[in-house]
Design a protein around this ligand. Sequence first.
Ligand code: CTP
Ligand code: CA
Length: 221
Amino acid sequence: CVENQPPQILAGKTITITAGPTREPLDPVRFISNHSSGKMGYALAEAALLLGANVNLISGPVTIKAPIGANLINIESAEQLLNEALVYAPQSDAFIGCAAVADYRAGEVATQKMKKQGDELTLTLVKNPDVIAAVANIEKNRPYTVGFAAETQNVESYAKGKLVNKNLDMICANDVSQSGLGFNSDQNALTLYWQNKQLELPVSSKSTIALKVIEQLAKHL
Ligand code: CTP
Ligand code: CA
């Protein structure tokens, strides 16, 4: 319905969004992952589409449907996410890292199903690549780069630290100590930080919050 269409402030712009969890395999039937539902990333994709952007949605395994019109790229592991991010980021005006990337993966992935043995099992994990930092440090055609930070304490200092250390342009901080907000919820509240300013987005539905985040982002493109 054209009558209700919001101003197409992102017409001609391409936004790449990562969403959902990653899965880090242990053997052919097992993995390490987290509770990310993908709802926030998918809401951002929908908001960007609504404002006229071309949207690439690089997504880990989730149960929700991608918004119509998004170019969905399915990934499982952090390494696969990095590969796709480095393909799409240089073709994008903005990149939003909303995926809950597993910080570690198995040092060795067993080629056969692991058999149960003693009373204890020790796994050696190795650090995953930092996808958003890699994107933010692309030398040619670097997109405007936005990260997320889900924190249970010291939200402001941790989020600002990530903004600086990862070389981001903007970070959306999520206080996940408040029950019912953030992970796997339909509601969220965020504080947006740039190097020299900040903006509070009070509790509302993930779709309302997503639209506000995308509108803020659009001002910088
Ligand atoms: N991120 C990423 N690659 C990783 C880890 C995180 O791209 N290997 C991105 C997330 O998508 C998010 C931002 O970095 O946009 C912050 O993620 P977060 O988990 O809060 O930060 P970490 O740097 O992993 O620090 P920690 O988990 O120790 O707080
Ligand atoms: Ca992390």
